[in-house]
Write a protein that binds this ligand. Structure first.
Ligand code: HEM
Length: 396
């Protein structure tokens, strides 16, 4: 029996409490073999923990964490493996999560995203510096430089540094970020790295996807605020909100350059175990898309929205969009002068994201199908050209 299975069995029969579950020993074991290769006895011990969870004492927060963590750990044995569990998204605090349908708090969402991106990318850079198979000093240096480009504006806004300088020490940056996190955030970052394999580059892949996820979640909060502002005819505020969303998308672009340092051979090695987990299931991305304007029926009734039932439901219930609010504004009110350029800049940032994503997919995937039941890059080529806004308002 593995040390991890023994530790869980001991916890199950000891004075068990959700605060003292042996997470570290289990994640160490997962990192040693990969989530796809967890030993049967360890899986059985995790399943038993889940079965007995109702009788385990502990604080509400620690019980919820253990439940969510078991849910992502047991996705493969349960046959529920997907994008959300692969990236352990339920464990990561997402921007907008606490808005509860009230007025979107964009400042809180930006802070939440920044704290998470700081942690995820500082961890990426730290891990990149530990080498891995076929990693050269040049490649590691490039990863540190690109990670630093993502981190610099984030750490500046968080008041953690003005300038990281040229000679960045990844461990020092990691320490600095870690010391600014609270205990829950530190634990979320540690528990959310659940690679399916032991391929070194999978760490980079997971962290970059997680960083984009919370960036899209922030952009969705920004767009919800823009929709509200337009409903109150606050055109200047709406334009500022769109500009903020554009800025964060542009600023995050080096995340793609960072991921482009992954070797296609490394990607090929671990993607055989990620079938069924695809970013086509990303709620945040589709929320962003559908808050700009209501997608065409053909798109709504395609695999793209079948993969995100919660977002599809919002659209079908008539979710207001930037485009629909714009159409109901009175003919005057600074729309052409203020909002049109902001919408165009935002649309271009989304188009740039799609172009870069497409190029990256071509490079990493070639003509292989996607993990989300699409033909792969032909699907991406098609969706790349979907208009972000259309002529229903005054900006295209
Ligand atoms: C190795 C890098 C990547 C490859 C090869 C890749 C490949 C693909 C493929 C083939 C699809 C089509 C759906 C499927 O069958 O899976 C897709 C969709 C998508 N990917 Fe990626 N991707 C990569 C990186 C990323 C990253 C870093 C993100 C950031 C979150 C991302 C976000 C998305 C989104 C949001 C979709 C859905 C697009 C839509 O339905 O319109 N991808 N990707």
């Amino acid at each position: 029996m593995t040390t991890a299975a023994v530790a869980i069995r001991a916890w199950l029969v000891g004075p068990r409490h959700s605060d003292n579950f042996p997470y570290a020993v289990v994640t160490d074991e997962l990192h040693r073999v990969g989530k796809h290769f967890l030993d049967g006895e360890l899986v059985a011990a995790l399943q038993q923990t889940r079965t007995e969870l109702g009788s385990v004492p502990g604080s509400y927060a620690s019980s919820q964490l253990l439940r969510a963590w078991l849910d992502v750990m047991l996705d493969k044995p349960d046959g529920r493996y997907c994008y959300h569990t692969y990236l352990a998204l339920p464990l990561l605090p997402q921007p907008g999560q606490s808005d509860n349908g009230l007025t979107p708090d964009t400042a809180a969402a930006l802070r939440c995203r920044d704290r998470l991106v700081a942690a995820l990318i500082a961890d990426t850079v730290r891990f990149a510096s530990t080498g891995g198979e076929a990693t050269t000093a040049t490649l590691t240096g490039k990863r540190i430089r690109l990670g630093t480009r993502v981190l610099t504006p984030v750490l500046r806004r968080l008041g953690l540094t003005d300038d990281l300088g040229h000679d960045v020490d990844p461990h020092e940056v990691w320490q600095r970020v870690q010391s600014a996190l609270d205990a829950d955030e530190r634990q979320a970052v540690a528990l959310s790295m659940l690679p399916v394999s032991t391929v070194h580059d999978e760490h980079l892949f997971i962290r970059v996807l997680q960083a984009w996820e919370c960036t899209f979640a922030l952009v969705a909060v920004n767009l919800s605020a823009v929709v509200n502002e337009l409903s109150q005819q606050a055109v200047a505020a709406a334009a500022r909100g769109l500009d903020a969303a554009t800025a964060v998308l542009r600023e995050s672009a080096p995340l793609f350059s960072l991921l482009a340092t992954m070797r296609p051979e490394s990607f090929a090695e671990f993607r055989v175990y990620t079938d069924g987990a695809s970013a086509i299931q990303s709620d945040s991305y589709k929320l962003v898309e559908s808050l700009c304007r209501r997608p065409e029926l053909a798109r709504l009734h395609s695999i793209a929205f079948a993969a995100v039932p919660g977002v599809l439901q919002r659209v079908e219930q008539g979710q207001p969009t930037v485009q629909s609010q714009l159409a109901s504004l009175p003919p005057t009110g600074g729309v052409d002068a203020q909002l049109t350029p902001a919408m165009e800049a935002f649309a271009e940032a989304i188009r740039a994201w799609r172009r870069t994503h497409y190029s990256l997919a071509v490079r990493m995937l070639g003509d292989q199908p996607g993990t989300g039941s699409t033909p792969g890059t032909p699907y991406l080529q098609q969706v790349r050209d979907i208009p972000v806004f259309t002529g229903g308002g005054r900006a295209a």
